[in-house]
Design a protein around this ligand. Structure first.
Ligand code: KG4
Ligand code: ZN
Length: 338
């Protein structure tokens, strides 16, 4: 089975071909960073146009790199939400049109569900597992019982983690894309220099809050006199976030002590952060459970995770009508709705 996956929900136009045997035959990502950089963040209209300009080239290359004929493709999976709707419409419409012309099934994919299942592509990972999902728009802890069965047990009450990295980068004048810049700078800074809060860590609630931490960084930034001070602030911020994540996952594991979990999984763009990964890996070791996070290129947005969810949905015969409407909001939770 060859599934073509198409991703266009934010600032990457991506496509990949994946098989049911977890072979990633191709994985093409065209990043729009250069177009958005002058504006300090993703501009939805620019993103939609850039997806439109690149989608055919990216898909063609994914099929070419996979070394298959276009007629070998079994089904096409496209992100249909959540995300910036202009971009989502481009990938969804392209996928539908190609599926129609090849007379093969179309599979509408939820982008967050794809992040949530991506570790099953790169590892041998049975259900159920505890998922920590941290991307630019989402931050939640779930028990994943099946491809379409998610129990959300914690979520952010304001900003997502990725958003907090992006906002801190912007307010310190480092710009976009924030997460990777803050991580790089944090390696050069002293995390002890600034004392920052660890929000919502006094209780066993599994919810997160990051907007107060961002404000604390803003206040601390007024005391930065040198470049080194700013690097120290990056390190102090990342350390605070990492402490919060460790605290929440520790409590989530306690809450799940009667469930036979196969491990803890981190997914989404923030899973590219090696400091958070390392801390969770150590925590899992302490709790005698396995830790899984896909290689970095499959944490940030990519077509392979969309194709993989396409494989999982194909096996469950969860095909979509060509009339399926792309949507900017599409939450996970409960028995997952199509
Ligand atoms: O999953 P993703 O690529 O796109 C969304 O679905 O949102 O996640 C993007 C988010 C951005 O907020 C970005 O700053 C964050 O992931 N991110 C990171 C790192 N790399 C990307 N955050 C922390 N450390 C990183 N190394
Ligand atoms: Zn994403």
């Amino acid at each position: 089975m060859y599934i073509l996956g198409i991703e266009s929900s934010c600032d990457e136009t991506a496509a990949a071909v994946v098989t049911e045997n977890k072979e990633i035959l191709s994985n093409v990502v065209y990043s729009q960073i250069q177009q958005h950089k002058p504006f300090g963040g993703v501009v939805p209209e620019i993103a939609a146009r850039a997806h439109l300009e690149k989608i055919d080239v990216v898909v063609e290359k994914a099929i070419h790199d996979a070394n298959i004929d276009i007629h070998d493709i079994s089904a096409i999976a496209s992100t249909c939400g959540p995300g910036l709707i202009g971009g989502v419409v481009v990938g969804a419409t392209f996928g539908k049109a190609l599926a129609m012309s090849l007379d093969i099934p179309f599979i509408a994919v939820n982008h967050i569900q794809a992040h949530a299942l991506s570790a099953r592509l790169t590892d041998d990972l049975p259900f159920p597992y505890l998922l920590f999902l941290a991307s630019g728009g989402h931050c939640q802890i779930c028990i994943v019982r099946d491809v379409d069965d998610f129990e959300v047990i914690g979520r952010t009450i304001d900003d997502s983690i990725g958003e907090s990295f992006d906002k801190v980068s912007k307010l310190l004048g480092y710009g976009y894309p924030g997460g990777a810049i803050i991580e790089k700078n944090a390696q050069l800074g002293n995390a002890e220099h600034f004392t920052l809060p660890r929000p919502l860590c006094a209780k066993s609630s599994l919810d997160f809050s990051f907007s107060g931490l961002k404000t604390a960084v803003l206040v601390a930034s007024q005391k930065c006199n040198t470049d080194q001070d700013k690097l120290d602030l990056c390190a102090s911020f990342q350390s605070a976030v990492t402490d919060v994540v460790e605290y929440k996952i520790k409590h989530a594991l306690k809450r799940c002590k009667d469930i036979n979990l196969s491990g803890v999984v981190m997914g989404g763009g923030v899973a590219a952060n090696s400091s958070i990964r390392k801390r969770l890996e150590n925590l899992c070791q302490k709790y005698n459970t396995k830790f899984f996070a896909p290689p970095v290129k499959y944490c940030t947005d990519n077509g392979a995770m969309i194709a993989w969810l396409g494989v999982e949905k194909y096996q469950k015969k969860q095909f979509s009508d060509l009339g399926f409407k792309p949507t900017p909001r599409w939450e996970l939770g409960g028995k997952f709705q199509q």
